[in-house]
Design a protein around this ligand. Sequence first.
Ligand SMILES: C[S@@+](CC[C@H](N)C(=O)[O-])C[C@H]1O[C@@H](n2cnc3c(N)ncnc32)[C@H](O)[C@@H]1O
Length: 509
Amino acid sequence: MVRSITFLLPALALSFSPPPLPRRSVHQLVLSRPNLLFSTIEEAQQSDATVALPHDEQYSFKMGKSVQYWLDYQPESTDGAENLRNAAARAIQQAGTDARARRYWSYHLARATFFAGQGAAAVLNYRLFDSSKSDSSSTPSSSSSYDLNLLDNDDGNDDAPETPLATGGFDVLFNFIGSIFPEAVATWEQDWVAIKDGKFSVPYDMRQGVRSRQVNPFYLADQSRRYIKEARSILTRRNRRLDSDIGAKPANDDSFPYPDYYKNNFHFQSDGWFSKDSAKVYDSSTETLFLGRQDAMQRLCLYSMSSWAKEQGVSGGGEGLKMLEVACGTGRLNAFVRDNYSAAEMVASDLSKYYLEEAKGHAERWEKFAKREDRNKKIGKFSVLQAAAEELPFEDNSLDVVFNVYMFHEMPTEARRKSAMEMARVVKPGGLVVWVDSVQKGDRPSLDDSLGNFQYLNEPHYPSHLVEDVPKLFVEAGLECFEKHVASTSKSLSFVKPKAKAKKEEEAF
Ligand SMILES: C[S@@+](CC[C@H](N)C(=O)[O-])C[C@H]1O[C@@H](n2cnc3c(N)ncnc32)[C@H](O)[C@@H]1O
């Protein structure tokens, strides 16, 4: 039993992820510097090396030191077990530095253990009870459903490789855990350095201690129940690849004008973005996929907010700022951002009314906690808004900060272009736009050959995302490049709206 759980533990994530330790390409050999895996991010921050990347290097971003760190990043060895041991030792060493570090690391390692256990249980459940995986009548599909081209990937290649879940042996599995766990440790290390540097505060739900619902056994049991059920459906759809498994529809009485590409069940999640159940299981699903490091990757957007706020002389609580999150999803990150800019006015927008309901819940829990932590804390107005990123219902030049996380990879290029134009339109001269999404080709050369595998988790626009010239979209919309940061498999690009240019345009008008 223990043997099979060890075997199954990473298999769920494996089935979604690129194979470990990809072969080194010539490109990579040219770009690579010595292995920095177990040097600290602080050491990497001493380095002033210039970074050469496709697309981004043509623009004048101030490169955060994390860019070079992740460009160089390689698992230390080809032996998964050795990587695992070294990463665990690294985490323990980090945790031992002081009481604050101990809390930070205990919290993150506990979360990772929970998500790993949940992933193991889900795969076990799938392996034991799913009959469709041996159903020979389930033939892979090459056409789209609802005539919306939902399944046809941008690169025209729909030949999903068989999931390693069905074929992976111990060597593959160990190598996988040996690459993902050190990667998570390195991500937390970077996050912890940013916290110590004062870029943002420790996650508020960590400060909540036993009051956090994350330690409530009833909440955890409910989350696991939802996740295990959902993972089984996802794996079934992922592996049988039937036409009828692709796509999602809004309720009959829902007349909101959703774009066609949106009516899809990305990641094969049940109901796509169109149900309460989908919204309730989303955070748990994605955090399991990322072994608990998604939060830290999302916090990338706080790096450039912090630099911008310093430059602008923004007061601690961000009083007077108007902020907008585009495509906030469940609003978990939104609450982290408000925790750092608590007095700012915040609008959380998304196309899914079900996800917006979740976002309200996160906001309410954070507000309650923030008031308990400091009765005198000024808390800015919060609202949610159902709106498409391509058509933001705000006046020109009306917001100080606009941020957007993990949306572009689920859109066709034209929708990305329109969304960039809209974010640029609504931000004030001098204001900041922060974009976060998956790394692209060239950001992590060692992953270049395998990143594209994510498309097989019903992510039809992921191939074009990998090569999209994102800075071009924002620069053509009138913004100037600000900062670039990377954390594991996510990157952040930020932009500011030039003050002088906006003034000139006004005068010309
Ligand atoms: C992968 S989720 C990311 C959610 C959230 N930003 C996060 O980081 O957890 C993508 C989100 O984008 C939203 N979305 C997709 N297309 C959109 C559009 N055109 N306008 C507004 N929201 C959109 C979806 O409803 C979903 O909540």
